[in-house]
Design a protein around this ligand. Structure first.
Ligand code: AMP
Length: 519
């Protein structure tokens, strides 16, 4: 038995999708496509262009932008070391000069991780090398003839070379904002007319505890506005765009919450005030909140614990502690939303615990989602591009959870049925097959949905098959049809059968289909 073959009595293992991931199947995928198509259309009308970013990035990008302390970065990322195939050996026994040069080049392109250990190794190798090319070349000096001092130097070089970390730590993206900002910097988009308006859609990965509406591979549709000003009109238009999108999809029970969390000037003062007030009631809070008094008091406001709600209601509110500029910005955003007919609710407890977020934050919830009812979260992050090594840049964006969006859409409206096949095209004799393939091609070119059975069928079987898959018509070609040039078309619902020429076939099918769709 060849290796890998399975013993007769052993059943091969059945595989299942990994926990927290899932297959999206037809007909539901048609709804996903409709959602995505609507996003392309609506975002396009607001002047946004699509960006496609990689699924994985250097871990450092997420650590720096989202924050080392957050759950997402500290616990939930799928991180692994991407191994370099091999660091090229010195071309000849002693030619570490070329090796050092190569290693430095790889480090510059991040192919070799630029970690302190590697930098130190190269530095030390250089020092040894700079003492003079003591090794000679492989051909000249057989190893046993090299003197012990040189051998020692060589040995040091080998140890240093082997101590180098070859892999770069990379992570599957847990969100896309960091990547979009990275791309903005990498492609010098600050030189384009500002602001740059980009949207994206695709899978994200977080090792969260799976439950309804929460997956480990989930999909987001998001947009970012980068550069230009931080005019309140931009915040309002971004929010208006999401609401327009949801409206176009007829999402039910949409609730928009907004807040302002101030800036680097006023927020720290508020956070201190909040911390002081929380310390006074510390004993009445649960362990999570108690811990957060120190680490991130704003997160206490997120608490869903029933017993803490009464206490939280009495805490100072950030809206009362905004600096003049932030207060004016927030007031203007609200005015702008009203002007655009966007209905919102102010929610002073809506905070984002990450340092780079500032001023406007918002969240949108929808029907039928249970406890995971947020379909969209967003906010302003004026410091982020700079934090990632770019120029000072204003920024605002949002991310919609597509899984939850689809879940909510199907909650009040069943998943649309699979688009029915128009025609089962049965060939009743081997000689008719070529003709059938030909007709199928012509019909499909006209946008007609054709099922061409792979095997010869009898007329009765073809009709039964068409009935089972819910086709509108059975089209039959046999010896008689080939001779007469007229095809047999059976209308499945009416149970009537006609003879039809190939030229009038397309019109006839399309007309019937329209009639059916209009019903
Ligand atoms: P965030 O990037 O955490 O602000 O999330 C933005 C939106 O993505 C949320 O409002 C959710 O709709 C969605 N989302 C976040 N995490 C998950 C997840 N694990 N599974 C499904 N959807 C998620």
């Amino acid at each position: 038995m060849s290796e890998g073959a399975v013993k007769k009595e052993e059943k091969p293992r059945k595989f299942q999708a990994i926990r927290g991931t899932r297959d999206l199947l037809p007909p539901e995928t048609a709804l996903w496509n409709r959602v995505e198509q609507t996003a392309h259309e609506v975002f396009g009308t607001f002047g946004f262009g699509e960006i496609r970013i990689p699924i994985f990035e250097p871990t450092e990008l997420f650590a720096r932008s989202i924050g080392e302390e957050t759950d997402v970065v500290s616990k939930e990322m799928y991180t692994f070391v991407d191994r370099l195939e091999k660091l090229p050996d010195p071309p000849t026994l002693g030619d570490y000069g070329a090796f050092i040069e190569q290693a430095e080049k790889l480090m510059a392109t991040e192919e070799l991780p630029s970690v302190p250990g590697n930098r130190l190794a190269i530095e030390r190798m250089k020092r040894i090398w700079d003492r003079g090319n003591v090794f000679g070349t492989e051909g000249e000096s057989p190893i046993e003839k090299i003197d012990s001092a040189v051998l020692e130097e060589l040995y040091k070089m080998v140890v240093l070379k082997d101590s180098m970390e070859l892999g770069q730590s990379i992570s599957l993206r847990p969100e896309a904002t960091a990547s979009v900002c990275r791309a903005y910097i990498e492609h010098n988009m600050q030189q384009l007319p500002q602001p740059v308006k980009l949207y994206y859609m695709g899978p994200m990965f977080r090792r969260e505890r799976p439950q309804k509406g929460r997956y480990r591979q989930f999909y987001q549709i998001g947009a970012e506005v980068l550069g230009g000003s931080d005019a309140p009109a931009i915040d309002a238009e971004v929010i208006e765009m999401v609401m327009t999108f949801f409206d176009r999809l007829e999402l039910q029970g949409v609730q928009l919450d907004i807040n302002s969390i101030g800036c680097r000037e006023c927020r720290p003062k508020y956070v201190e005030l909040l911390r002081a007030e929380l310390l006074k009631v510390k004993d009445k809070l649960g362990p999570d909140s108690q811990r957060r008094i120190e680490t991130n008091p704003l997160r206490v406001l997120d608490s869903k614990l029933e017993s803490e709600q009464g206490i939280i209601a009495t805490l100072p509110r950030i809206a009362d502690h905004l600096c003049e500029d932030c207060a004016a910005h927030y007031a203007a955003v609200k005015r702008q939303l009203e002007m655009r007919g966007v209905i919102y609710r102010e929610n002073w407890r809506l905070v984002r615990g990450l340092d780079y977020y500032m001023r406007t934050t918002f969240e949108i919830t929808a029907q039928g989602l249970g406890s995971q009812n947020a379909v969209c979260g967003g906010g302003r992050y004026d410091g982020l591009v700079e934090l990632l090594g770019g120029p000072p840049t204003k920024g605002i964006g949002f991310a919609i959870g597509e899984d939850r969006l689809v879940l909510s859409l199907t909650h009040h409206k069943p998943v649309p049925q699979r688009r029915a096949i128009d025609v089962v095209l049965a060939w009743l004799s081997p000689a008719a097959y070529t003709k059938a393939v030909d007709i199928a091609r012509n019909l499909r070119r006209e946008g007609i949905y054709v099922e061409l059975p792979a095997k010869l069928m009898r007329a009765g079987d073809a009709v039964r098959y068409a009935d089972r898959i819910g086709a509108f018509f059975t089209l039959m070609i046999g010896e008689d049809e080939l001779k007469s040039g007229e095809l047999t078309l059976k209308h499945m619902l009416r149970q009537e059968q006609i003879k039809i020429t190939e030229t009038s076939l397309v019109d006839h099918i399309k007309k019937r289909r329209e009639l059916k769709e209009a019903q």
